[in-house]
Design a protein around this ligand. Structure first.
Ligand code: AHR
Length: 331
């Protein structure tokens, strides 16, 4: 199944073109500078979203370390949050005739053409972490990652329980992830479905913070200025929640008490804020996708059948549970 290409002719030109195509954002993995390879190793082209959050940093580390221990040559490309960079990176991987392509799509739409090019070149594609909205599911072999709708539902379930039996209005503000991304769309959907069952609950403000701490802070500042009576913040990730905490404290309010806070991810910084009482509940989203991804890559390269969907196992954390989990938290 694997293609053994004479790297010599291609290496210089194509290594440069990957860098150019990714806006100079190539994170590298200790650097196979050639294309394809003739050392018997599988070559995996991986296009990462960027470095927008603690989750993403942990995810990149998991992928790079797992590739190294699986003996897979990783061509890692950082899209710096831009879909066009991901499309050029994937095209460069195709030109280089890598054995397998994996990527975490910045947004859900606009992938059909480049995925068709990969299929025509007979290169299996594995989606990691985020989904695409392509109707033709033959364009990719597998999708490994979380169920983001379920994550939103878990956040909503916690809130419903928290206000069970109470009749006062609950004003919620929402910090959405990157506009058009699968986690932003699905975490909003799952949460809305749940809170719709309680007529007292209302999302009074909702805006993107692009999954970034700094944006979470700025957007929360504007929420606090325009809306004096915020009861709950639902942030689609820990980083935006942590930025919002800074804004809440600067406004003289106590996060976790004056405003209840729910986030998603459970990275170390988020878990620390949860244990400290500044966040009330975190829905876990695991970034440790590397080991399972490498197993899928090996199978796809060997032409073996692989499952169309590999779901990540995840839990949720209260403040007490965060205190217990923190000492052994890996990321
Ligand atoms: O796609 C996963 C999401 O992307 C994480 O929840 C968020 O932190 C990241 O940026």
């Amino acid at each position: 199944m694997r293609r053994n290409w004479t790297a010599a002719a291609l290496s210089g030109v194509l290594a440069v073109s990957v860098l150019a195509g990714c806006g100079g954002g190539d994170g590298g993995n200790g650097g196979d500078s050639g294309s394809g390879n003739d050392d018997g190793k599988i070559t995996l082209g991986f296009s990462q979203v960027g470095a927008e959050s603690g989750w993403r940093t942990a995810n990149t580390k998991s992928i790079q370390e797992s590739a190294a221990s699986a003996g897979i040559d990783l061509k890692f490309s950082d899209a710096q949050g831009k879909q066009e960079n991901q499309i050029s990176a994937i095209r460069n991987f195709i030109t280089q005739k890598v054995d397998v392509i994996a990527f975490s799509p910045v947004v859900t739409s606009g992938w059909d053409a480049v995925l068709q090019e990969a299929k025509d070149a007979d290169i299996p594609v594995i989606l990691t972490d985020r989904a695409v909205d392509s109707q033709d599911t033959s364009l990719f072999k597998s999708f490994i990652g979380s169920d983001f709708v379920v994550e939103g539902q878990k956040a909503g379930d916690w809130l419903l329980k928290e206000y069970e039996g109470k009749s006062e209005p609950v004003n919620i503000v929402e910090l959405q992830g990157t506009t058009g991304s699968a986690p932003a769309l699905d975490r909003q959907k799952g949460f809305q479905e749940k809170i719709a069952t309680n007529p007292n609950m209302k999302i009074v403000k909702s805006q993107t913070g692009d999954f970034k701490r700094a944006d979470g802070k700025t957007v929360m500042e504007t929420f606090l200025q325009s809306t004096p009576d915020i009861d709950v913040l639902y942030a689609h990730n820990d980083d935006m929640g942590l930025g919002a905490i800074e804004a809440i404290e600067a406004a003289g309010k106590k996060p976790g008490t004056d405003i209840k806070i729910i986030t998603v991810d459970a990275v170390k910084d988020g878990m620390t804020a949860l244990a400290d009482g500044k966040i009330n509940f975190i829905v876990e989203c695991s970034p440790l996708l590397g080991p399972q991804l490498m197993e899928l890559v090996k199978k796809a390269d060997a032409g073996e059948e692989i499952p169309a969907r590999v779901l990540t196992e995840e839990t949720t954390f209260t403040q007490e549970q965060a205190k217990e989990a923190l000492p052994t938290r890996q990321y």
